[in-house]
Design a binder for this molecule. Sequence first.
Ligand code: ADP
Ligand code: MG
Length: 230
Amino acid sequence: MNPTPLIELEMATKVYGSGESAFVALRGVNLQIHRGEFVAITGRSGSGKSTLMHILGCLDTLTSGIYRLEGVDVAQLSDDHLAGIRNRRIGFVFQAFNLLPHLNVLEQVMVPLHYAGIFGEKAREMAMAALQQVGLDHKWNRKVTQISGGEMQRVAIARAIVLEPDLLLADEPTGNLDTTTSEEVLAIFDKLNAEGSTIVLVTHEHDVAAHAKRVIHLRDGQVESEVLNP
Ligand code: ADP
Ligand code: MG
């Protein structure tokens, strides 16, 4: 018995622009990721890693091919439905943290709850629980300017997991962090995966990719190799 993959790409192609200036960023990618996996996507700059993440996160659509999320072809879904998926079922972590400068730590984590229609004490409790998972509940009322880069990324992770998404996507999450801080952030991904989260992490660093159980290497928009980590 082979359960439906959480993620399935079939001959996924992405072309930016058209005519003379058309650029093929993904050329026929086939990929399956099952629930509970921790997958790293590697490849040099320009190989299509972020493009792939945008597709997986339903932030962009394929030019041709199929993306099935839990067996459902996302091209068939309405914009409203996709917005709901982005809010509730997918958590994003970006290299640049993407926090909102005027909100405190707790309020950052409450943003997705607001969009999900969860307010008040319930939202507060959920946000505090997510902050506890990244070890930052004691800094809930700090301004973003009063915490370190590593802490900012941990807040961004709390924000990404507060609605317990099916899929956690992280695009170069340690790209702006020093080695020690990177390891702290990666330890959180390790823990979340051990607790059952499905994680797809983009990196061009070998020691970061070593945290994943499977490493997919992209080259010029194609899967060049796939390796299982020991
Ligand atoms: P990576 O994340 O691996 O560095 P990207 O997926 O960001 O690679 O980009 C892959 C290729 O697609 C690059 O050559 C980039 O210049 C091109 N590209 C990315 N986004 C766009 C866009 N919006 N319009 C045109 N070209 C793009
Ligand atoms: Mg990129």
